[in-house]
Design a protein around this ligand. Structure first.
Ligand code: PGA
Length: 266
């Protein structure tokens, strides 16, 4: 089972997102866990209309409280009300452009567990942290603060997204960097997620049709989380098909062991 999704960030209109979802759906194979994370304005109409079954819709963020005096925020209760089952937490743009701390993210993870929402938890080091040799320490810290010692964990996916590789003008990550980050994420999850269960780890950050095969072919990569390159129908389907071509040719064991991921199927 391969995970593949896109975060549409603050782009597009309801009509564009509706057309996008309808058009990408037929090209998504059944053994792919596909998800699209649109802005809230589109989340509502998309969740109410007829949505292709092969695509899971997610929210880009949420508050930790069920309700309250939090102007401009959306609560887990509101997401559940729409039937939304997936929420992205800790995206680099929330951490660094909106000063969201690890401890705020932990509160949101706890709220997601309470409301039975699947969390796509994003972690990643900045360029300064990487250059200072702190990649492993930063990833471990972000994951531990978000997850360690929680009495109840939500259904969980983790996306490793180095901050220096995200968005326009960023640096494309090399295979060595991705392998190193994925290993740190994998090792920390093994230590702090109890009881031990398979947590799929996705890679994200400037993934596109040219570089996706080198990431999708890595042993620890269970899926790809794509931004800009997947915002068009042809972009989404091309990156997905390229990624699957390398998976299916070089890593049949992933398909064979797909049953292990049922627990985390979206
Ligand atoms: P990008 O975005 O693929 O456009 O770099 C990735 C992300 O923000 O998750």
């Amino acid at each position: 089972m391969f995970f593949f999704g896109t975060n549409l960030k603050m782009h597009g209109t309801v009509a564009e997102h509706m057309a996008f979802i309808q058009k990408i759906a037929p090209d998504i194979p059944r053994d792919v866990n596909a998800f699209v994370i649109p802005p809230y304005t589109s989340l509502f109409p998309l969740s109410q209309g007829e949505k292709p079954v092969q695509i899971c819709l997610g929210a880009q963020n949420m508050h930790w409280a069920d309700e309250g005096a939090y102007t401009g925020e959306i609560s887990p209760t509101m997401l559940s009300d729409l039937g939304i089952g997936l929420v992205m937490l800790g995206h680099a743009e929330r951490r660094y452009k909106f000063s969201e701390s690890d401890f705020v993210i932990r509160k949101k993870v706890i709220a997601a567990a309470k409301h039975n929402l699947c969390v796509l938890l994003c972690v990643g080091e900045t360029a300064e942290e990487k250059n200072a040799g702190l990649t492993e320490i930063v990833l471990e810290h972000q994951l531990r603060v978000a997850l360690d010692g929680l009495s109840s964990l939500p259904k969980l996916l983790v996306a490793y997204e180095p901050v220096w590789a995200i968005g326009e003008g960023s640096t494309e990550a090399g295979v060595d960097d991705v392998t190193r980050g994925m290993k740190a994420v994998h090792d920390t999850i093994r230590r702090c997620v109890k009881p031990q269960s398979k947590v799929p780890i996705l890679y994200g950050g400037s993934v596109n049709a040219q570089n996706c095969t080198q990431y999708a072919g890595l042993e620890l990569v269970d899926g790809l989380f794509v931004g800009r390159a997947a915002w068009t129908v042809s972009g989404f389907t091309t990156v997905l098909q390229q990624a699957l071509s390398i998976r299916n040719s070089t890593k049949p064991e992933h398909l064979i062991s797909g049953g292990d991921l049922n627990e985390t199927a979206l």
